[in-house]
Design a protein around this ligand. Structure first.
Ligand code: UD2
Length: 312
């Protein structure tokens, strides 16, 4: 069995590639290395076929899908602010690129496509927890592009019989998440601050909360989505069903690292969502998915990774 992982050199994609290789899959990675890195794949590079290329390039997709039975489609512009600055270019990648991948799947009769979507599609609806059947209120080009791509997945299923599955990730964290941009995931930034023993910045009063899910659990959800018969044509939240506030998060990191550093508070970010929490019933029903990593354990593994990274 061969799988194609688009965006396979990225934070989440590279963990998925590791797991697929460990399970005995043959794996092709398609990645343009815009945000992903070859170093993320260093332990499996000899075991995979690596195609450096862009999902806007139809010829390279055609080559990459050869012999595949499943496509995991993760390649995307992943930064919300970048999609606000570049709405057209990001749509070409996030939407047209997805359509190219689906079209190649249709031509080559590849049955299953698992798409990485985002809880961003819900927008700032105060209703909690977020349920897949809720009305969507995309509040950025990024969210709109993910929503559009989900619809292409749905049409792929309804019109062409593609076994399309969309996974709406909540806030994913873990090793290899890059903390270098101010819009990086809050956990990666806070880990960097803890290791450098500096005060983190908390935007707003810190009461805003997120449903954080460990990257290994997201990989597990992808593997189940590729295998489960009930998953065909579904859109499924991937979260834990519980949340922590940003204040609690920093307190937990302090407890874990033995630090007593006060955070600095700055005004809320424009457009920041107050609370985010996944309803996880569909994940259980359609994928048989439940997360394995309690938050404390995920934080600890993540901290160990950042600590080691600093010392190498
Ligand atoms: C996440 C996704 C984004 C989009 C969005 C949809 C990440 C990195 N981003 O944005 O792509 O899917 O969800 O709702 O997963 N914060 C601080 N200090 C910092 C950094 C962040 O206080 O140094 C706060 C931030 O204001 C926010 C919370 O932490 O309230 C989480 O921020 P984030 O950037 O990790 O993720 P989020 O939920 O804004």
């Amino acid at each position: 069995m061969r799988a194609l992982v688009t965006g396979g050199a990225g934070f989440i994609g590279s963990h998925l590639v590791d797991a697929l290789v460990a399970e005995g899959w043959r794996v092709t990675v398609l990645d343009n290395l815009s945000t992903g890195t070859e170093s993320n794949l260093k332990s499996v590079m000899d075991d995979i076929t690596f195609c450096k290329g862009d999902i806007r390039d139809r010829q390279i997709i055609e080559k990459a899908v050869e012999d595949c039975s499943v496509i995991f489609h993760l390649a995307a512009v992943v930064s919300v602010p970048q999609t606000i600055d570049h709405p057209v270019e990001s749509a070409l990648i996030n939407d047209l690129g997805t359509l190219y991948v689906l079209e190649e799947a249709r031509k080559k009769n590849i049955k299953r496509v698992v798409f990485s979507s985002s809880c961003a599609v819900y927008g700032d609806d105060p209703q909690l927890p977020k349920k897949e059947t809720m009305n969507l209120k995309p509040g950025s080009p990024y969210a709109l592009q993910k929503m559009t791509a989900e619809h292409y997945m749905r049409l792929g299923y309804e019109l062409y019989g593609l076994e399309a599955v969309s996974l709406r990730y909540f806030n994913v964290y873990g090793p290899r998440q890059d903390p270098s941009s101010p819009y990086s995931g809050v956990i990666s930034i806070f880990m960097k601050m803890a290791i450098e023993q500096k005060s983190p910045i908390i935007y707003g009063n810190g009461d805003q909360s997120r449903d954080f899910i460990y990257v290994t659990d997201v990989v597990k959800a992808n593997l189940l989505a590729a295998a489960s018969a009930q998953a065909r044509g579904q859109i499924v939240n991937i979260g834990t069903g519980s949340s922590v506030s940003i204040n609690q998060l920093w307190d937990m990191i302090c407890a874990l690292t033995g630090l007593t550093i006060e955070p600095k508070y700055q005004p809320s970010r424009p457009g920041d969502i107050y609370a985010s929490l996944a309803n996880v019933e569909y994940a259980k029903l359609f994928l048989g998915f439940e997360h394995d990593y309690p938050f404390e354990k995920g934080l600890e593994s993540t901290y160990e990774w950042y600590k080691q990274r600093k010392s190498t």
